[in-house]
Design a protein around this ligand. Sequence first.
Ligand SMILES: NC(=O)c1c(N)nc(OC2CCCC2)nc1O[C@@H]1CCC[C@@H]1O
Length: 324
Amino acid sequence: MQDDFERIAALRKELEEANKQYYELDQPRITDGEYDALMRELLALEAKHPDSVAPDSPTQRVGGAVAKEYTKVRHLEPLLSLDNAFDAGDLREFDRRVRQVFAEVEYVVELKIDGLTVALTYVDGLMVRGATRGDGSVGEEITANVKTVGSIPLRLNKPVAKLSVRGEGYMPKASFARLNQEREEEGLSTFANPRNAAAGSLRQLNSRITAERKLDYFAYQLLSANELGLNNQIDVLNYLKEQGFVVNPEYKVFHDIEEVIKYCEEMAGERHRFPYDIDGLVIKVNDFDLQQELGFTAKSPRWAISYKFPAEQVETVVEDIILR
Ligand SMILES: NC(=O)c1c(N)nc(OC2CCCC2)nc1O[C@@H]1CCC[C@@H]1O
């Protein structure tokens, strides 16, 4: 018979493995019910041995902290916004400006997830802080809520002294539909779209409520990447995956803006085939030395632009008028 501490270690290992299978590999091996039973057993054992609770224990994901209001946090580096391109002409103009500095350029094109930016800080491999974008310089501290997002690692696979990650917190369409269904049944107001639902869920003062919202996260940026020997965006995305983050797999590399334009126009028609909302694409110069050369305008990088999908003709569906 294992003693409590051996059982605690075994349960943590099993729950972390199940989490990895579910979020990173998208192949759940145990049912939600089995996962919950293991979690309940671990919570009970940790309650019996409170000094055994580690900050990266899976039990830290169930939430429970109820904040009274938000503390504000200043970001290490400001979170930038993006200039927008609305058509092929805008993209050609962006490319012309880039090529004024370098004739040869490689672009990485990523889906633009329609969520909200969340900045994560890890110290010695453990997640110590999560923060909203706020005004770009000062955001809200939402660490307890961020810990409930299953695809955000509580501990890095290869701990480093300090790591600052940026990515998009979002609510998958399925979670959004279920949440609005539940709220309707409870006579509560429904959320207008997954982005609002994600923002409301991540800015919840009660992290137990956040834990129920089934949020997700795609990492896409690292601060001080060059200190880690990473000198382009593709290397950063691979590094983030190695560390245990979920990176959106739909990114592509192009060498020519005409290919980028073709891909953007193709994707405008494909936007609904993903299990999450996207509102465009983000085109980034891949090489960090070239990004450095290009620099920034007052509010956004000169080495990145977002291609916004054209507004859709939403046919107004007239609700069937139920004649009572
Ligand atoms: N929403 C996204 O999927 C996304 C992305 N895939 N990549 C970036 O790269 C940043 C890095 C520096 C400038 C933009 N930003 C994104 O979202 C931004 C955050 C703020 C405005 C955009 O939504």
